[in-house]
Design a protein around this ligand. Structure first.
Ligand code: CO
Length: 290
C-alpha cells in the first residue's frame, strides 16, 4: 500500500540579488535553513522584463563540489566554461552541469537579449555531491526542450516534463550521479498526479504559478512557496482553484558534513581553503577568450 507524504513545513521564498545584479525568488537557503540535503539552493530567476541594454547575468566564476542545474522557461542565456563548452539555452532547455573538481563558467543573457531586452524566467538549482564524487571530472548534459520527456494524464488535466526521475511511465534522459527527481508539473483545477518517491529521500514541491493541494490532507501551497514533505513513498499533487505549476524535487540525502563558501561546497573547511587556492592558482582553468 502506498503511503502518501504529508506537507511537513512551508517556506515562503524571499527576493535576492545575485550574480551581476539579477533578481531571484529564493526559498532555499533561507534564514535558519542552510540546505535540504541534497539540495543546496533553489533560485527562480524572474520573471523579469528587461529593457534594451539592461539584461544582466553571472560573469566568469568558479564552482567545485556540486552540480548546477539550469532550466529556462523564457529568454535565452549563453554559457561558456573553462572546459571549452559553449552553448545557448532557450525556452524549455536544461543544462545539468556537474562542477565536480572545478570549473569556471559564465552565464549571460544572449547578445540578442542584451541588445533588444526581453523576458527572462527560469530556475537554477544546486545539487550537492557526496564526498566520494566531489572531485569527479566535470560533466555536461545539455538537453534541448524538444528532447525533454513529457507526459499527460489520461484525463488531460496533468502534464509533466521529466527532467530527472520518472513520472506517468516516462523516464528522464538526464543521468544523475545520485538518485534525483526534477519534474515540472502543470495541473489544471482538480488535475491529479501521484509520483513514487522512495521513503528516506528528501521531497520538495516549489509552486511558481497558481496553487496546488499536496497530500491527502490537501494542504494548500501557493505561488512562491516551497513545501517540504514528510515521510512516505508517494507524492500526491492536485491543482488548486485556478490550477498551478510546480517543480517536484527529490533526492537521496548524503548525511555528510557540509561546508559552503560562495561558489564552493565541500565537506570540511580545509577543503574550502584548498578550493580557493586551486582557483587562484588557475587549477580550475579559465574561459577561452574566443
Ligand atoms: Co555558476
Amino acid at each position: 500500500m502506498s503511503h502518501i507524504r504529508p506537507v511537513q513545513h512551508v517556506i515562503q521564498s524571499h527576493r535576492q540579488s545575485e550574480g551581476g545584479g539579477f533578481i531571484v525568488r529564493r526559498p532555499l537557503p533561507t534564514v535558519g535553513l542552510e540546505q535540504l540535503d541534497p539540495f543546496l539552493l533553489i533560485d527562480e530567476l524572474g520573471p523579469i522584463d528587461y529593457a534594451p541594454g539592461q539584461a544582466v547575468g553571472a560573469p566568469d566564476h568558479p564552482h567545485r563540489g556540486f552540480e548546477t542545474v539550469s532550466y529556462i522557461l523564457e529568454g535565452e542565456t549563453e554559457h561558456a566554461d573553462s572546459a571549452g563548452h559553449r552553448g545557448s539555452l532557450g525556452a524549455g532547455d536544461v543544462q545539468w552541469m556537474t562542477a565536480g573538481a572545478g570549473i569556471v563558467h559564465a552565464e549571460m543573457p544572449s547578445k540578442r537579449m542584451q541588445a533588444q531586452g526581453g523576458r527572462v524566467h527560469g530556475f537554477q538549482i544546486w545539487v550537492n555531491l557526496p564526498a566520494r564524487l566531489k572531485m569527479t571530472a566535470p560533466r555536461y548534459q545539455d538537453v534541448p526542450s524538444a528532447r525533454i520527456p513529457q507526459a499527460t494524464s489520461p484525463d488531460g488535466k496533468a502534464h509533466v516534463r521529466v527532467i530527472a526521475g520518472e513520472a506517468l511511465g516516462v523516464s528522464a534522459l538526464i543521468d544523475t550521479h545520485t538518485p534525483i527527481t526534477y519534474q515540472d508539473w502543470q495541473l489544471q483545477p482538480d488535475g491529479e498526479a501521484t509520483v513514487h518517491i522512495p521513503d528516506g529521500q528528501t521531497a520538495l514541491v516549489y509552486v511558481f504559478a497558481g496553487s496546488l493541494r499536496v497530500g491527502t490532507a490537501g494542504a494548500l501551497v501557493q505561488d512562491g512557496q516551497l513545501a517540504i514533505l514528510g515521510a512516505g513513498d508517494t507524492v500526491q499533487l492536485r491543482g488548486g482553484d485556478t490550477g498551478g505549476r510546480a517543480l517536484l524535487l527529490a533526492g537521496q540525502p548524503h548525511n555528510e558534513p557540509m561546508f559552503r563558501y560562495g561558489p564552493f561546497v565541500m565537506n570540511t573547511q580545509q577543503e574550502i581553503v584548498q578550493a580557493f587556492r586551486d582557483y587562484q592558482t588557475g587549477k580550475m582553468g579559465q574561459i577561452d577568450a574566443n
